[in-house]
Ligand binder design. Sequence first.
Ligand code: PLP
Length: 401
Amino acid sequence: MNPALRADFPLLERTLDGRPLVYLDSAATALKPRAVLAAEEAYATQMTANVHRGKHALSEEASVAYESARKRIARFFNADPECLVFVKNTTEAINLVAVGLCLSSDDVVLNAGGEHHANLVPWMRRARVELVPGDPCEPVSLDAAMAAIARHRPKVLAIGHASNITGVIQPARALCEMARAHGVITVVDAAQSAPHLPIDVEEMGCDFLALSAHKMLGPTGVGALVGRREVLEALEPLCVGGGVVERVTATGYTLKKIPYRFEAGTPPISAALGFAAAVSYLDELGFDDIVEHERRLAAALSQSLCEIPGVEVLMARREPRLAIAAIAPRSALVGPDALARLLSDGHQIMVRSGFHCAHPLFDRLGLEHGALRASAYVYNTVEEVQRFGEVLRDLASRMVV
Ligand code: PLP
């Protein structure tokens, strides 16, 4: 990746205690380039108005810009713009599907295991969740997935395309093909994959794809649910009110066509414009370069974390993988939160700590103190990742064992 791109990210100019910071928490949320900030500012300063609610010049301009953003983002995923619903985030997108499918408690939803709570709890609330057994540091085996489909006869297969803990990338296309051949509805949580991998929904063959803009250089407060037309049209909206209805009488209402029937109330207008700027920025970087940079960052991360005393490292063992790793101290003496604070306050390195919205995975692995998580992205350098490894090794050798 051209190191000059770091100048596009104002936050990288910030210092802590007079020293530059190392941001290794992009799996939680990514930094925002100037192009995204400018798109949001242009809405605020040039065309503030609500969308699809008026005929004055500003309202028309805002509506056109909002729909252009939808088209731009749909093109990024090779989707039909009418099949792209703006939502708040991945969590809301998955809730929309989980509620909208009108599942019953007898229905089974198959998870790949190690899923983020966003791709687990909404299903638990409506149905019975079963897992495809497997190793969290490896992609699920297609044989195991087939056996789970035959055994549990699920209505839905809901898989995280890329893990927010280990960086494992699931074979989404093959899983969707297999599931759909057995009449199973497929939902792909692309919260972690969409920032790092080129996604073509047609090629992937999923019924639904859920993602958040803020993890892919865009603003917080907006994401997308992309659906296949037939399944999206059959989905019950999560929320109704203004903006979703064609006509309301004293006794009832008719809903608008997709995608508007799912966008109740004032949508996240400026965030949607920022989201479109983010995907344009990613396209300009080019996914060939993004993927290659990720490969180098992941290799550096894996190398830097090998054989650190007193910690267990959870990271995808094979490529392709994301540059994400979880590091679990074996002793409770210095837990992940304390380590994260030491890294931040003593070394200006930002990493996340905790259970990473995956309690069942930590329970299964017996890692009762949680883990640190380092996650790198386009603006990180191999040197930053190596520095993180060195500092962690030093802290671990002095404090953890
Ligand atoms: N799915 C995965 C794999 C994630 O990593 C996350 C967030 O970290 C989510 C879903 C939820 O994303 P959001 O908080 O933007 O809804």
